[in-house]
Design a protein around this ligand. Sequence first.
Ligand SMILES: [Zn+2]
Ligand SMILES: [Zn+2]
Length: 314
Amino acid sequence: MKVRFWGVRGSIPSPITPDEIRRKIASVVQRVRPEDLESPTNRERFLASLPPWLFGTYGGNSACIEARLDDNSCIILDAGSGIRELAAAVARETRPVTEFHVFVTHFHYDHLQGLPFFTPGYNPSTRITFYSPIEGFDQIILDHMKPPYFPVTMRDTMGSSCRFVLLENEPVRIGSGVVSWRRHKHPGGAVAYRVSEGDRAFIFSTDTELEESDFQKTEENSAFFGGVELIILDAQYTLGEAIDKYDWGHSSFSLGVDFVTAWNIDRMYMYHHDPLYDDRRLYKNLQSARWYARNLGNTELEVYLSEEGLEVEL
Ligand SMILES: [Zn+2]
Ligand SMILES: [Zn+2]
């Protein structure tokens, strides 16, 4: 399967600012030497030598992850503003998929606000199935899109395309894959999802304030966190911020490293980037997380920043 990152920001979409673009350009101009401009090869080499926070951006859209299974089933995890980019990419496919399975972690704006711009939903031949373990969630989703907050209602414009499935404790089968879920600590509640296909699996665990019970090696936890190749994990805060913002429902990247170390997961993608942080600051947090993992003696762990447009093959 392919895991695609369409929205990686937390709390609110946070597009790159004009000032940040100016600073990036100024910084590139200061680094360039005359010989870097001499030939197309030199120019390419120069661009490739720039640090990732400078040449590009980690992205500004809010939460949306896609798992495209080997049989082309399309699983969408959260419908933040990144889902608009997902829709545009689907429209460019030779044979665009028309069936979508949308799993919602919870209903905060940053995880739902892209839905009115999910253009396939306006096509009556599209089928969208929403999943959540929250009783009455169909009303929550249908009611979030209506005047005066949006010009049209979801019921009138997308209603015929939508179906709602209340998740029970058992995992649900989607095409060639299986999705299971687990509750975690977040104001108002939220869930993590585990998507597996064959012997490959990953977890999407955003908006979680990691706590003692997440580390416990119970049968239930082991079934969820065990045997996973990759986790996309809430790592919004530094340790200091996590202490200041206790009970806000997010985790520090260092506790995230402790957590993936405890569960023996080899790859961690820091997620739900704070709207206050620019690309340079996010990269600094990444370096701190990598330093912390090495200091912990976990030399196997690969830590990355979630980045809009990134595609990972599992
Ligand atoms: Zn959020
Ligand atoms: Zn939230």
